[in-house]
Design a protein around this ligand. Structure first.
Ligand code: AFD
Ligand code: MN
Ligand code: MN
Length: 428
């Protein structure tokens, strides 16, 4: 089942075929001079996929306001349909990451079928103990997994276990746990005891994990707690993951660090510790801004991918990070943002594949700082668009996803089919 007319895609791709051929031939020749086989790069890029967060297809908002866009998804099946469009046009987003209970469903089997029909699978499932749900016995106002009250902690544990059960029905293989737990005032919370309580709860969740599942711990420096958070940085996350066991790993959301922190080095450390779960890609200028991946700092995104490609190149054992987007689209059509963000991740990956690893090793060994950094720049400054387009064309996706999406009239059709529903979930 395809949401966008395949003939439209084919016609648009055909219209730009001749200029594309020239661009691709030129890049092929350029890379050959650098000793790089473009077909090999294309084959690797074709394997790249990044999961779409179900909450990302609805318009986001800030704590000040939300400005809903037309044709927003009204339930999880609509979200799957939108994710299907993103994947159809890019072939770079083969899976969806659900958020419970934002994504409620009375028949998970039906949802699995709908995803399959859209050629999608389910990535890590996300629990939510950072907001209260209707009819919930205990409030998370003062925390969840680390709450001072045992009954509140037990409720939060039970929710996570339920998320695992839902995920099992959908074919997920990981649970992502992010808690908003923390404090707003110095003295409000006993740091060590709060961490101990978190660990006690996390252990119970860990015990409920099926053998072939992973538990992704997502740290975040602040928000909604603005003085301290229980899992505030990669150090706390690593401590927790190491104490829990092999199935617990650390997830890096690019927006969850102190300003100017060297994220690519954190990535390298987590790889060294064999604890890198994967990513929530997005970009930021100030905090957890959830801007589109690579929209502010494309070089930083490239440097993160450079660490990932280096680890794969050096054959770090069991190195299989999970890639997800986690963005909030306040002023753009979410489908457009998600398509361009997925492609931006692909672009960074492709550029990182162009780094001359041997020359970089040699430059590092010789302490040739300038040459080393120029080798990275040479890769980053290569326009890999023909590679990305080639991969999309070969997969039957759109050569120019944004243009094809806009001319498909999908959003206009959805605006009629899904009349303004008022509020939708996914504001963080
Ligand atoms: C948080 C985290 C986490 C969570 C999300 C909800 O990034 O991934 O699931 O917001 O939108 O800041
Ligand atoms: Mn996140
Ligand atoms: Mn976040």
């Amino acid at each position: 089942m395809t949401a966008i007319n395949t003939e439209l895609i084919a016609a648009q791709n055909q219209a730009t075929q001749a200029t594309f051929d020239k661009d691709f031939a030129h890049l092929t020749e350029q890379l050959l001079r650098r000793g790089i086989d473009i077909q090999q790069i294309c084959a690797q890029v074709a394997q790249f996929g990044v999961a779409i967060p179900s909450w990302g297809v609805g318009t986001g908002g800030t704590r000040f306001a939300r400005f809903p866009g037309p044709g927003e998804p009204q339930h999880v099946f609509d979200k799957i349909q939108d994710c299907g469009v993103i994947h159809q046009l890019t072939r770079a987003t083969p899976s969806v990451s659900l958020h419970i209970p934002w994504d409620t469903c009375s028949d998970w089997g039906e949802l699995r079928d709908a995803a399959q029909a859209a050629d999608l699978t389910f990535d890590a499932i996300n629990s939510n103990t950072f907001s209260d749900q209707d009819g919930q016995a205990h409030s998370y106002k003062f925390g969840s997994l680390s709450h001072t009250d045992a009954a509140t902690r037990a409720q939060a544990v039970a929710h996570n276990v339920e998320c695992i059960e839902i995920g099992q029905r959908l074919g997920s293989k990981a649970l992502t746990v992010w808690v908003g737990d923390g404090s707003n005032f110095p003295g409000q919370q006993h740091f060590r005891r709060a961490f101990d309580r978190y660990m006690d709860s996390a252990r119970q969740i860990y015990q409920a994990l099926p053998d072939d599942w992973l538990m992704f711990l997502e740290h975040k420096i602040c928000e909604p707690a603005f003085y301290s958070t229980v899992i505030q940085d990669w150090g706390s996350s690593l401590m927790a993951a190491q104490a829990l066991g092999d199935k617990a790993q650390c997830l890096v959301d690019l927006g969850h660090h102190a300003p100017n922190v060297n994220i690519e080095m954190i990535v390298a450390r987590l790889i060294a510790a064999r604890k890198l779960a994967g990513f929530h890609f997005n970009d930021s200028k100030y905090g957890d801004d959830d801007l589109d991946a690579g929209s502010v700092s494309p070089y930083r995104l490239f440097l993160v991918f450079n660490e990932l490609v280096a680890a794969a190149h050096e054959q770090v054992p069991a190195f299989q990070p999970a890639y997800m987007l986690d963005q909030s689209h306040n002023v753009t059509d979410p489908i457009e943002s998600l398509m361009s963000s997925a492609i931006q991740c692909q672009r960074s990956y492709a550029q990182a594949l162009l780094v001359n690893r041997q020359a970089l090793d040699d430059a590092q060994q010789a302490n040739d700082a300038l040459l080393a950094t120029q080798l990275l720049k040479a890769a980053f400054q290569t326009d890999v668009e023909p590679i990305l387009q080639k991969v999309r064309r070969d997969a039957g996706a759109a050569a120019d996803p944004l243009n094809t999406y806009r001319s498909s009239g999908y959003r206009q059709r959805m605006a009629v089919k899904r009349p303004a529903a008022g509020r939708s979930s996914g504001i963080v």
